[in-house]
Write a protein that binds this ligand. Structure first.
Ligand code: FMN
Length: 182
């Protein structure tokens, strides 16, 4: 199963357009999670306590673990998120808080080192940026989580940048990137 995690806020999102080209190339069939439509909430005192209690009991039957289970069982993951404030929009961080469950996406071995439990072989991170793109706090962070904690060996960045620079033809830049996937 290809899991498409869509964190694009705008109806006419260019990032989503680029992601659709990638998804088409990957086979065209996927399960889409529209993060702006999901009922995702940041962890707070109450949900964190409940979650910790359940994890300590090894009880993963609660619905709160459904997102983590879905993420862990995907074969391929595609994330789309525009470049916002040197990073990505907040719903993606909220999603990560919700899926990063020890015992489902990651575990610790006897030496206390993280071991990934996810089944996906690859993760695509698709983004577009108004200016020059610096991956440090977006793709770089996702790559580190995927490789070092989730057990996803391959990650790939797909991007179109400089779209909002005066004088640049955003459509032309975007279509050039889209063409690489068609
Ligand atoms: C809230 C917000 C923050 C942004 N921050 C940055 C930024 O830090 N650097 C940058 O180059 N572009 C920034 N942009 C521009 C977007 O990255 C750019 O327009 C992108 O293509 C939007 O993607 P979309 O068409 O999928 O919505 C920002 C745009 C918004 C709305």
């Amino acid at each position: 199963m290809i899991l498409y995690i869509n964190c694009c806020a705008r109806q006419e999102s260019r990032t989503h357009r680029l992601a659709k080209a990638v998804l088409q190339k990957l086979g065209g069939e996927y399960t889409e999670l529209k993060l702006y439509k999901e009922n995702l909430r940041p962890l707070d005192s109450k949900s964190l306590n409940r979650r910790t209690e359940l994890i300590e009991r090894g009880d993963y039957s609660d619905k709160m673990f459904d997102y983590a289970k879905q993420f862990a069982s995907a074969d391929t993951i595609v994330i789309s998120a525009p470049y916002w404030d040197l990073s990505f929009p907040a719903p993606l961080k909220t999603y990560i808080e919700n899926i990063y469950v020890t015992g489902i996406v990651s575990a610790y071995n006897e030496k206390g080192m993280p071991v990934g439990l996810c089944g996906a072989n690859e993760l695509y991170y698709v983004t577009t940026a108004g200016g020059p793109y610096d991956p440090t706090f977006s793709y770089g962070y996702i790559e580190s989580l995927a490789k070092n904690f989730f057990g996803i060996a391959q990650t790939r960045l797909v991007k179109a940048e400089m779209l909002d620079i005066d004088g640049n033809n955003a459509e032309k830049i975007l279509n050039r990137e889209i063409k690489n996937w068609t």
